[in-house]
Ligand binder design. Structure first.
Ligand SMILES: [Zn+2]
Length: 291
């Protein structure tokens, strides 16, 4: 793993014009050099669901006119900076409005993140639905078409879901969708199936390419869940409600897991490490320790 990494988090709605219109290869490279950055996570797909490159598995942002992902990768690689690639996995707002039946639902049929479609915000997908195949095709396209140095998948984890796909799966297994333990167990199976299929999709093109599934926190006592990742990236947003104790405790815990990890705090464009929904974020990360 590289030592000094930036995670360029980029979420732009279709209402924002001129995406990347002032992108300058030389300025991009100069900023990386000035910051002594040797790895930058660049973006294929954002929470709004758009691709930042020509795509058949997804749709390019309507106000982007060139291959921004390809340009960033080529600029970074020219100066020996690595480029893992980010895809928003759990959130894809353009698709959420076309397929609300693929979203996570609670017992009252409310969605996750924004509770309904009259409340502004994103809506999280269930991976026990046809959405998983769409996401895997998007991952396959990026790994096939671009020289990604890793894949970073955001907004994922074990969920308790009662969407109609999950309800049907429980009933088929002779279980009761009102049984909390059965719902929780299905959530684990759904997540582990997703991580297995991502690994298979990536390995079919580039065996062993690093993959990280970002759940935000490392669950104590669940080494099996940590090891679905090739390494760990400890997101920690002190003033985003997580507190200043979050990073040191997480870092100390993962030292016992025998995995490489890096620490990642955040600078959002109007605040420091606040987890409010902001269109452009930048996260700096440096590896503190290699187990
Ligand atoms: Zn579900």
């Amino acid at each position: 793993m590289r030592f000094r990494q930036v995670h360029l988090d980029f979420h732009t709605s279709e209402a924002i014009p001129g995406i990347g219109s002032q992108f300058s290869r030389s300025q991009f490279q100069n900023m990386l050099r000035i910051g002594h950055v040797d790895s930058i996570t660049v973006f294929s797909k954002c929470h709004h669901g758009w691709a930042y490159h020509p795509s058949e598995a997804n749709t390019m942002h309507p106000h982007l006119t060139f291959d921004l992902l390809g340009e960033m990768i080529s600029a970074a690689h020219e100066i020996s900076v690595k480029t893992p690639v980010y895809l928003s996995a759990g959130l894809d707002e353009k698709l959420a409005r076309r397929h609300p039946e693929w979203l996570c639902r609670d017992a009252e049929d409310r969605t996750r993140w924004a509770r309904d479609f009259m409340t502004p915000g994103y809506h999280e997908f269930c991976f026990n639905t046809p959405y998983l195949d769409i996401l895997l095709a998007q991952i396959h396209e990026v790994v096939s078409n671009y020289d990604a140095d890793g894949i970073f998948l955001d907004i994922v984890g074990i969920r308790e879901c009662r969407c109609q796909y999950c309800v049907a799966a429980l009933r088929e297994a002779g279980q009761d969708p009102r049984d909390k333990a059965a719902v929780a167990a299905l959530g684990e199976r759904t997540y582990l199936n997703y991580t297995r299929r991502v690994r298979g999709t990536v390995d079919a093109v580039k065996p062993g390419l690093p993959v990280f599934h970002n759940s935000g926190h490392q669950l104590r006592g669940r080494r099996d869940l940590a090891h679905v990742n090739s390494h760990l990236e400890l997101e920690s947003l002190p003033t985003g409600g997580w507190g200043y104790d979050h990073f040191p405790l997480s870092a100390r815990y993962v030292q016992s897991l025998g995995m490489d990890y890096l620490g990642m705090t955040g600078k959002f464009h109007t605040s420091w490490a606040n987890s409010a929904g902001i269109s452009i974020q930048m996260r700096c990360a440096s590896r503190r320790h290699s187990a």
